[in-house]
Each structure stands twice: as structure tokens, then as C-alpha cells.
Design a protein around this ligand. Structure first.
Ligand code: 3PG
Length: 207
């Protein structure tokens, strides 16, 4: 499976923190109904690994990444649960090396040229830029990226429907991720129809 090609094809990546198995099931149903078969499940709740397992077992077409992965132990938990790629808010050499050893795509968060350099020196050619909008958005990323012609970016932090099209228009950005795509309140309330409507609205902006 070419994980990066799929990330690039979907162009948007919902980021969710799941607290219950019910939330995972509603999410899986909504995403598959919309044909957006990709999601980042963060390790910001104790239910993360269990939720990843539900998603990967019940929705085999869904490409599930684990986010906020801060330790090699979390990498193990994520992979055992069926996650196919790893994201992190920052650059942790040990986590990156561990994923590389296991041949799992990893997208560490970078914000500065130094961090992009560190990723480049470890052989990565795509990194996550976080937090994209608070960091300065496109003007800053374009300036930082200028010397790194070989690098591509998954951006998260402050993306909304309003800035999605302009962000995706920058050819170095392969995907926009974030929490705006799936409302936590709607997930908790089991409002699948509302979630489907939100996903479809965002998908219309992508092309
Ligand atoms: C992340 O970890 O990538 C961010 O929390 C996403 O930021 P957002 O909530 O602004 O989308």
C-alpha cells in the first residue's frame, strides 16, 4: 500500500480524538459513506488504540493514521491496533528512527528550517508542518521551504474550509489535516448526518 500516495490523493485528513467505541463507529460510518477513507486518530485519549482497532477492523477500506505519537511505546500500540502511518506534533529522533526500522511512514511535526534539516538528514522527504496557521501560514512556509526543494508537507493547525483551497494550491502541500473537519460535539452526540454533511462540504472545496 502506498500510504503517501493515498494521503496526497485524499488531500484532506480529518483529525479526531475519540473517547468511546461508539464515536469510532459513527466516525467510520460517516467517512466511508462520504468516500473520504482517511483519518488521523490522536493519542490524546486513553481510548485511542481501541478506537483505531475498531476503525481498522470494521472499516477495512479506511486508512487510519495515529497522531500525537510521542513515544516508541505509542508507535507499538498504534501499529498493533492497525494504524498504517504515524504523525507527531514535534520532531522526536527516536520515534522517527523506530518507525523507519519498522518501515512505517512517519510525519514528524516541524516548524523551523532546523527541524526540516533533521528530518531530511534522516531520509524523510515529507514532514508535517505544525502549527501551520499560527506559525504564519503560507507566506512563512513558502519562505522556510524555499531552500528545501525536495521536501513536501502535510500541514495542520488552523485549517478551516475558508483557507483550505488556497492552502492546497501550494504544490508543496500534499494534504491539509485538522480537527475542523469533524465536530467533536456532533461525534459525541452521535449526529452522523451532521458529520456527513460537514465532510461533504469540505470535500466540495477540494479539487
Ligand atoms: C494537530 O495536532 O495537528 C493539531 O491539533 C490540529 O490543529 P487544529 O485543531 O487547528 O486543526
Amino acid at each position: 500500500m502506498d500510504v503517501e500516495k493515498l494521503i496526497e490523493e485524499y488531500k484532506i485528513m480529518p483529525l479526531v480524538t475519540l473517547e468511546t467505541s461508539e464515536m469510532a463507529e459513527i466516525l467510520g460510518e460517516a467517512l466511508t459513506e462520504c468516500g473520504l477513507n482517511i483519518v488521523e486518530v490522536t493519542f490524546r485519549s486513553d481510548a485511542a488504540a481501541g478506537a483505531i482497532r475498531i476503525l481498522t477492523e470494521k472499516f477495512p477500506n479506511l486508512l487510519v493514521g495515529a497522531g500525537t505519537v510521542l513515544t516508541t511505546g505509542m508507535v507499538d500500540q498504534a501499529l498493533e491496533a492497525g494504524a498504517k502511518f504515524i504523525l507527531a506534533p514535534g520532531f522526536n529522533r527516536e520515534v522517527v528512527a523506530y518507525c523507519q526500522e519498522k518501515n512505517v511512514p512517519v510525519y514528524p511535526g516541524c516548524m523551523t528550517p532546523t527541524e526540516i534539516d533533521m528530518a531530511y538528514s534522516m531520509g524523510l522527504r515529507t514532514v508535517k508542518i505544525f502549527p501551520f496557521v499560527p506559525m504564519g501560514g503560507l507566506p512563512v512556509l513558502k519562505a522556510v521551504a524555499a531552500p528545501y526543494k525536495m521536501m513536501k508537507f502535510v500541514v495542520t493547525g488552523g485549517i478551516k474550509n475558508e483557507n483550505l483551497a488556497e492552502t492546497l494550491a501550494y504544490d508543496k502541500i500534499i494534504s491539509c489535516g485538522g480537527s475542523w473537519l469533524i465536530s467533536g460535539t456532533k461525534l459525541k452526540a452521535g449526529d452522523k448526518a451532521g458529520i456527513v454533511q460537514d465532510i461533504k462540504e469540505a470535500m466540495k472545496l477540494v479539487k
